[in-house]
Each structure stands twice: as structure tokens, then as C-alpha cells.
Design a protein around this ligand. Structure first.
Ligand SMILES: [Fe+2]
Ligand SMILES: [Fe+2]
Length: 265
């Protein structure tokens, strides 16, 4: 089977003619299933884009959400809206709710949003102030106490890690190849930005250590895992273990595309 992977499509940066071209491209993509590793739109339009994607693709669409999908809204509110449209759209699936998805006899899909959890790099020495902190309701604005903000980043990373810990034992028992989808690169080595691994100032926000730890912990020597992620917009590949590979998608605002079509099974 063929899995078409998209990431960081940020459709809110497009106006109708360009959007129509993107939807036509999806309709023509030769794949059995689509997966999107987050940053699809923003809080007020992400559900609209997901419905349009599901309608144009006319095949199963699985996705996780990225930080931008919550901009000008809240994490809890967007997740609730997204769950409501998934309930009403038979071919649209939010991966955190989908558990272990069988793709082929020997391959499955699992996934969770993930979050830059502040654990790699130098959080306290970094001057980086992501728009997340001013544009997502769960954060207390740009002036929020850095310690309080870090606790929230940890909690979001831990939530994603708990999901992977819950689904991976079953996934790795039943399938020899697990495709794990998450928005934020779960390893330092996968945190590509302009051809290099991100520096210590960006790493806290560009990597989710909690998820990486959960993936490595769950791996079995006779199994294979491919991680699909995005968020940094810098494409690259990292081999973490001989049987654990991470593909980070490259992306440009205004040029949404199919990252690659992966043959599975
Ligand atoms: Fe993005
Ligand atoms: Fe992102």
C-alpha cells in the first residue's frame, strides 16, 4: 500500500486559486491513504481545511495537530472541534483517537501531536519567544513566568509520550513495521533546520524529548519504526537506532506539497 505524507501545509497562507491547485494535486496523488503531521491551518480554519482535504482526497486521511493549529484559540477547544468533524466525516481520523491503525498485514500507523517540551538545548538561556506563547490560550502570554511556561511544555510533551507508551506495546506486538507520526521531532538529531541540527536556543522548542524516550523504550530488536514529523520546516533524516529512523519534513510557507509517498507492506 502507498501512504502519502504531508506536513506543515499551513493552508491559511493560501488564497483560493492556490488552494484549488493544492486540492487538485491531492485528488490526483496516487496513494491509498494520507497522513498529515500537523500545522494544517489555525484555530479558526483548521476544521474547514480538514473537511476539504477529506472531501478532495476521498481516501482515509489520518492527522495529528501542530502548534499553529491552535493559534488564536486553545488546544482544548481545537481538539474538541476537530473531534466533532472527525465524528461526522467517515474518512477523517485524528490519530490520538485512532489507536493502532492497520495499514497492511505487517505495518501500522500510530500518532500524537507532540510538543516542543523544553528538555533538549538550553531553555533557560534561550531568547527564543515563540508566537505560541502569545497566540495559544493555554499559555499565559509573552510575559508568563518562564518556569510556569516550562511546566506547561513538559506536560504537553508528557501527554504525547503517555499516548505512545499506551499504544506501542500493542502496535509492536502485532506489526513488524510501525509508522509513528508526531508534529515535533522527538530527537535532537532529527531537529533539522537549514541542513543542520538546531542550536541550543531553538532545540527546547523544536524537539520533544519525552516522545523520543518513549519510542526508544518501546522498540524491540526484531521490529522497525519509521517516525514522520515536521515543525522545523527543515527536511532531513536521522537514524537513531539501526531499526528506528526519523524523517523530518521540509516545508515552505505558501508551497504546500506531498512530502513523499511511502510504500508500506
Ligand atoms: Fe509548521
Ligand atoms: Fe509547528
Amino acid at each position: 500500500m502507498k501512504l502519502a505524507w504531508l506536513t506543515d501545509i499551513h493552508l491559511n497562507f493560501h488564497r483560493p486559486p492556490a488552494l484549488d491547485g493544492f486540492f487538485d494535486m491531492l485528488a490526483e496523488t496516487k496513494a491509498d491513504t494520507f497522513v498529515i503531521s500537523g500545522d494544517i491551518g489555525e484555530a479558526d480554519d483548521v476544521t474547514e481545511y480538514l473537511e476539504a482535504i477529506a472531501g478532495k482526497a476521498r481516501r482515509p486521511v489520518y492527522f495529528v495537530l501542530g502548534n499553529h493549529d491552535f493559534y488564536k484559540g486553545s488546544i482544548a477547544g481545537v481538539r474538541e472541534k476537530v473531534r466533532a468533524i472527525c465524528a461526522a466525516t467517515p474518512n477523517l481520523h485524528y490519530l490520538p483517537d485512532a489507536g493502532v491503525v492497520s495499514l497492511a498485514e505487517d505495518a501500522c500507523l500510530v500518532g500524537h501531536d507532540g510538543w516542543g517540551d523544553g528538555r533538549f538545548g538550553d531553555y533557560h538561556g534561550s531568547d527564543v519567544l515563540l508566537n505560541d506563547f502569545g497566540l495559544i490560550e493555554e499559555f499565559g502570554g509573552f510575559d508568563e513566568d518562564p518556569g510556569e511556561r516550562l511546566a506547561k511544555l513538559h506536560a504537553l510533551g508528557d501527554e504525547a509520550a503517555a499516548h505512545f507508551r499506551a499504544v506501542l506495546p500493542d502496535a509492536l506486538t502485532r506489526f513488524s513495521h510501525v509508522i509513528a507520526v508526531t508534529h515535533v521531532p522527538p530527537f535532537r538529531e532529527a531537529c533539522w533546520h537549514e541542513g543542520k541540527v538546531s542550536g541550543d536556543d531553538w532545540l527546547p522548542f523544536f524537539s520533544c524529548k519525552a516522545v523520543g524516550d518513549a519510542l526508544v523504550e518501546a522498540m524491540a530488536p526484531d521490529r522497525k519504526m519509521t517516525v514522520l514529523c515536521g515543525h522545523t520546516h527543515g527536511g532531513g533524516e536521522a537514524v537513531i537506532l539501526p531499526n528506528l529512523r526519523v524523517l523530518t519534513g521540509g516545508a515552505r510557507y505558501g508551497q504546500p506539497t506531498v512530502q513523499r509517498v511511502i510504500e508500506v507492506g
